[in-house]
Design a protein around this ligand. Structure first.
Ligand code: NAD
Length: 262
């Protein structure tokens, strides 16, 4: 048993075991929700050498993945097919597979409702499924875009119901997905990955997992910080787009080329 350098707390046997499995790329990796975010992530883990299982409720998507056929712009068939053929990546609609997985990244939708609140029903449904199959030594990472506080206030209570302790028997993080679909320079593999865990052991395991597959990982002190990172980025992007649009209108009225100005 070793001691966490930051908190002085004992690092449990489950954390150590999982860290070793991740470092040796023996951990059985899962991604729930194989959309624009989940499929590229599953591919990056598989490219890094992990055996990856994607779980989705959509039978057509699962069938397409298992046929090596991509429906996501940033995932070419030439990359997906060899991973499927070599047994590194497969997909299923059967949530019972969660019982065999060491890590699970949640990448399901969180669309805005009419009231502008995120619809948490997809995350809720997935967390209840995970809770059914939650076992010691499991790492759960939420990637869906959501409000600051979600991981600890919404996800954690759903998982802790089963009696396992976070930071000891199971581990929980938030990591915002920052993908910019169609961007030729920055894709899942080389966008810095921010990750914040509920405890230092959670953060370390989350960072270790991403560190095996992505080019840069930025650990932060809590899930709340990681959730706020996403809010800052989206707000920054929205203000930037609004500013550019206003500039374009003004320049148009004055007969100025906005691209020259920019
Ligand atoms: N697409 C982007 O550019 C982008 C960028 C940053 C963040 N995000 C966020 O990432 C999250 C996922 O977005 P996306 O664009 O990948 O969505 P998507 O709609 O492309 O994919 C979501 C997938 O989840 C599956 N799904 C739905 N309910 C499920 C359930 N209960 N169990 C298993 N699978 C289920 C769907 O069938 C679908 O395949 C959202 O919170 C979104 O806001 C998206």
């Amino acid at each position: 048993m070793s001691v966490d350098a930051r908190t002085g707390a004992e690092v449990g046997a489950w954390a150590e075991q999982l860290e070793q499995r991740i470092s040796r790329r023996e951990a059985r990796v899962g991604v729930v929700g194989l959309g624009y975010v989940g499929l590229p992530l599953a591919v990056e883990f598989a490219k890094a050498g992990f055996v990856v299982t994607g779980v989705d409720i959509s039978e057509p998507k699962v069938a397409q993945v298992n046929a090596g056929a991509s429906y996501v712009l940033d995932v070419p068939r030439s990359v997906l097919l060899p991973l499927v053929e070599s047994g590194k990546l497969r997909a299923t609609v059967d949530f019972a597979v969660l019982g065999e997985l060491d890590t699970v990244n949640i990448c399901v939708p969180t669309p805005l409702r009419k009231t502008k609140d995120p619809d948490m029903s997809y995350v809720d449904a997935v967390c209840r499924q995970i809770a059914t199959y939650l076992h010691s030594g499991m790492l759960i990472i939420l990637e869906s875009t959501t409000y600051p506080g979600t991981t600890e206030e919404f996800v954690l209570p759903l998982l802790e119901r089963e009696g396992l302790r976070v930071g000891q028997e199971f581990f929980l993080c938030f990591s915002p997905e920052r993908v910019d679909p169609g961007n030729p320079h920055y894709q899942t593999g080389n966008i810095p990955k921010v990750v914040g865990g509920v405890t230092p052991a959670c953060t370390r395991l989350g960072a270790r997992l991403y560190g095996q597959a992505l080019s840069r990982v930025v650990p932060v002190s809590s899930p709340r910080v990681a959730e706020m990172v996403k809010l800052l980025e989206n707000t920054f992007r929205m203000i930037n787009i609004g500013l550019a649009n206003e500039m374009a209108l003004m320049c148009d009225r004055m007969g100025i080329d906005v691209w020259e100005v920019i």
